[in-house]
Design a protein around this ligand. Structure first.
Ligand code: RB5
Length: 154
């Protein structure tokens, strides 16, 4: 399984720690950043989203200080369903109910062992389908609305 991972400076340390553990089980595509020098999280969210949209990666992990900026950015892309998770319960539900394809974590809010557990839970859980598929399809319908046309009508 190919996992794309990216962070800003606030998530760099957690990204590096996660990579060391995850590389034993997964193919890791690291899009950066590569130091604690200040950068802009949307640049790295974009790189991970592009890899998933092009099907060059199966899932993504995005880490900024809180995970909030990464999740806001990633969810602007069609075909991306990013979930900010802060424990194993939300990580499990993000996959089983929401069919999320990107996991966002806060590098300044989540300790390393908790983050490892969150990532392992996310990557080993599967979408349950059923009533959740109906809801997921409704999200995809919303994605297909042409906002430019709606704007022109106003
Ligand atoms: C960077 O200081 C911080 O704002 C960023 O990592 C993130 O937490 C934004 O959501």
């Amino acid at each position: 399984m190919k996992i794309a991972i990216g962070s800003d400076h606030a998530g760099y340390e957690l990204k590096e720690n996660l990579k060391k553990i995850l590389c034993n089980e997964y193919d890791i595509l690291d899009v950066g950043t590569n130091s604690t020098e200040s950068v802009d999280y949307p640049d790295f969210a974009t790189k991970v989203c592009e890899l998933i949209i092009k099907k060059d990666a199966d899932f993504g992990i995005l880490i900024c200080g809180t995970g909030i900026g990464m999740s806001i950015t990633a969810n602007k892309f069609k075909g991306i369903y990013a979930a900010l998770c802060y424990d194993t319960n939300t990580a499990s539900l993000a996959r089983t109910h929401n069919n999320a394809n990107i996991l966002c974590i806060g590098g300044r809010t989540t300790k390393i062992q908790e983050a490892v557990d969150i990532v392992n839970t996310f990557l080993t859980s599967s979408f349950e389908g059923g009533r959740h598929k109906r809801r997921f399809e409704k999200i995809k319908e919303i994605e297909n609305i042409n906002f430019k046309e709606v704007g022109n009508d106003l």
